[in-house]
Design a protein around this ligand. Structure first.
Ligand code: UTP
Length: 295
């Protein structure tokens, strides 16, 4: 059976984006015209995902509302002659079944993925982080290609990676490839936040994964690490250590990751997406140029 289930964890507190995230999920912050999580759902739909499980938590109901059908709003747009706005709601009708489960305590990304086990059972599945977009207004099909590689190589774990400047490896899980790196490579290990000197590469984990169900057993055995959180990377390392096959997948420049988890990259992402807006981008460019010239 083709892999058509994706798990999207959106239960985190988003403390690095306070106060913006005090009463709204960071996954619902707009980047250009759409909330972050809508880009992710559009991308997954484009990659052949048919069933999507959100791992939600307190204060995240606006995500559920966003993906519901809203007949009253549609009727209102029709009645008030705003038919042209209807296409903005077309995403409501895309071929996707939505499911929701709660992570009752925010014990980390690994724990959030483990919450998917009763739903996913014993089949392979995709994980896409709810706060990371791939590519500017491109619907990346990287997940589809990762799934194909997962099946072709009979892998246990396929992870997307992106190249980061050497001095930034300290912020990420970094790939230790088994052999010299092409765009797809065999993964020996993932080193969490190494020093610049010790980093085995400059390839950082980039928010998309394909897992065999063996990840659940590894997560169940993973002790909480820093901050009492169960780290997904620790479970991935366990799978690899126990002989599981790992594949790394290098993102192209067009598919680079936009991380909406901190203000620096949120601001950068918003500006880049807004500048790429076909209607408003050109004027915004002039506006920003003017601001910069006068600063
Ligand atoms: P982060 O690692 O950025 O964690 O989450 P966070 O808790 O949301 O943010 P900070 O560090 O407090 O600012 C990456 C993704 O994993 C989800 C988040 O919602 C985000 O989409 N996540 C994280 C969970 O679902 N549960 C968790 O316990 C932690």
């Amino acid at each position: 059976m083709p892999i058509d289930i994706a798990v999207v964890p959106v239960a985190g507190h988003g403390t690095r984006l306070l106060p913006a995230t005090k009463s709204q999920p960071k996954e619902m912050l707009p980047v250009g015209r759409k909330p972050v999580v809508q880009y992710i759902v559009d991308e997954l739909s484009h990659s052949g995902v048919k069933r999507l499980l959100f791992i939600t938590g307190p204060g995240k109901t606006s995500i559920e509302n966003h993906f519901d059908l809203n007949p009253e709003l549609i009727a209102l747009l029709r009645e008030t002659g705003k038919e042209e706005q209807l296409q903005e709601l077309a995403f409501e009708r895309q071929q996707m079944e939505y499911f929701y489960t709660r992570q009752r305590r925010q014990l980390g990304l690994g724990h959030a993925v483990l919450c998917a086990e009763p739903f996913v059972g014993s089949q392979p599945f995709v994980v896409a982080l709810g706060d990371s977009i791939l590519g500017v207004n491109t619907k990346s099909n990287v997940v589809e290609r990762m799934v194909a590689e997962f099946e072709r190589t009979n892998a246990d774990v396929v992870i997307a990676f992106e190249e980061v400047p050497r001095e930034e490896v300290v912020h990420y899980g970094i790939a230790l490839p088994r052999e010299p790196v092409g765009d797809i490579f065999e993964l020996q290990d993932v080193i969490e936040k190494p020093s610049v000197a010790e980093a085995p590469s400059n390839l950082a984990v980039a928010a998309r994964y394909v897992f065999s169900p063996s990840i659940f057993a590894a997560l169940a055995k993973t002790e909480p690490g820093k901050g009492g959180e169960i780290q997904l990377t620790d479970a991935i390392r366990r799978v690899l250590r126990e002989g599981g096959k790992g594949i790394g997948f290098k993102l192209s420049h067009e598919e680079r990751r936009f991380d909406i988890g901190n203000f620096e990259s949120y601001y950068q992402s918003f500006v880049e997406f807004a500048l790429a807006d076909p209607d408003y981008g050109p004027k915004l460019k002039q506006f920003v140029r003017g601001l910069l010239d006068n600063s």
